[in-house]
Design a protein around this ligand. Structure first.
Ligand code: FMN
Length: 312
């Protein structure tokens, strides 16, 4: 029997748990030539404000050991152009489109979500309250329990779409933020966004990126992200979308065992845009080896008992 990879995220059913992470997959259409968008569980758009944004001047990415730092500064085409120019094509491609929504104020979050509610073809809103690279909005909400609660409840009142706040790892107790989001009516949560980081060119004594600070992503952050998913899984009942440094099926399954109902893949797209079918194959192989009929059976089945002794 073919293993069943489908997963449920509240009211949404996805054919598999693999979603392309925001900012690492453009608006999806850029990857249409290399991957059938309908074969993914979903795609998340680049973060969108009401208006277009230029982002920060380059250089704005730098490679680091087992990862990268970016400070793109949320360059984007704005929600109206997205709805008019990209959404119809994404619909035609059969993509399940999650839209990453940004705001400098609470009102902007609400207004952007209203525009998306009136559009056809949006599967869910991923509320970006965690971008570490912009001065105003975003992480200011995501680093305050009250801010998280207020922005999620305001957006919930303004839209019928599922609302999925994306949490920042740049806090001491991420699970309390997951709880605040759940209390405010979130349908699911995404975690993690990038870790605040910096890199210095020691020859010039200058920053490696113009914004000085940026967000660290890639395999370097994976063990911390897995820990955070596990902490949230123990505290909240809403589904968790886990991410941070996933490079193959094993990594994806690790997140699911820790409690993620679905996962996102970001930075690895830059290394290997053909990753998707490999991860699907690897998951099916794991399920056959472990006699798992449905991938959703794995969620949260991590056993915290001490590791089995390995004998030489
Ligand atoms: C170049 C780049 C741009 C990103 N842009 C966004 C964004 O617009 N909105 C957002 O919520 N996260 C953004 N992220 C964060 C990713 O979606 C993801 O949360 C993070 O990179 C961890 O996953 P990964 O290690 O698989 O990349 C960006 C990450 C990178 C590397």
């Amino acid at each position: 029997m073919t293993p069943d990879l489908s997963v449920k995220l509240g009211a949404l059913t996805l054919p598999n748990p693999l979603i392309a992470a925001s900012g690492c997959f453009g608006y999806g259409l850029e990857y249409e030539q290399v991957v059938d968008l309908s074969s993914l569980g979903g795609i998340v758009s680049k973060g969108l404000f009401m208006k277009e944004r230029q982002g920060h001047p380059p250089p704005r990415i730098v490679e680091t050991p087992a990862g990268m730092i970016n400070a793109i500064g949320l360059q984007g085409i704005g929600v109206h152009r997205f709805v008019n120019e990209k959404l119809p094509l994404l619909r035609r491609a059969g993509a399940r489109t999650f839209v990453n929504v940004c705001g400098t104020t609470l009102d902007e979050y609400v207004e952007v979500c209203k525009v998306l509610s009136d559009a056809e073809g949006v599967a869910a809103i991923e509320l970006n309250i965690s971008c570490p690279n912009i001065k105003e909005g975003g992480i200011q909400f995501g680093c305050s329990l009250d801010g998280t609660y207020h922005v999620v409840s305001a957006v919930k009142k303004a839209t019928h779409l599922p609302v999925i706040p994306k949490l920042t790892p740049n806090v001491t107790d991420v699970a309390s933020f997951a709880r605040a989001a759940e209390d405010a009516g979130a349908d699911a949560i995404s975690l993690v966004n990038t870790f605040l980081a910096m890199a210095i060119d020691v020859e010039t004594r200058r920053p490696r990126i113009t914004n000085v600070l940026g967000g660290l992503s890639g395999p370097a952050i994976r063990p911390i992200a897995v820990r955070m998913v596990w902490e949230c899984y123990q505290l909240v009942k809403i589904p968790i979308i886990g991410m941070g440094g996933i490079t193959d099926a094993r990594d994806a399954i690790e997140f699911m065992l820790a409690g993620a109902a679905a996962v996102q893949i970001g930075t690895q797209n830059f290394v290997d845009p053909f990753i998707w079918s490999k991860v699907i194959d690897g998951m099916q192989d794991y399920m056959k080896r472990h006699n798992v009929a449905r991938i959703s059976e794995l969620v949260g089945t991590f056993d915290p008992a001490p590791p089995r002794a390995v004998h030489a």
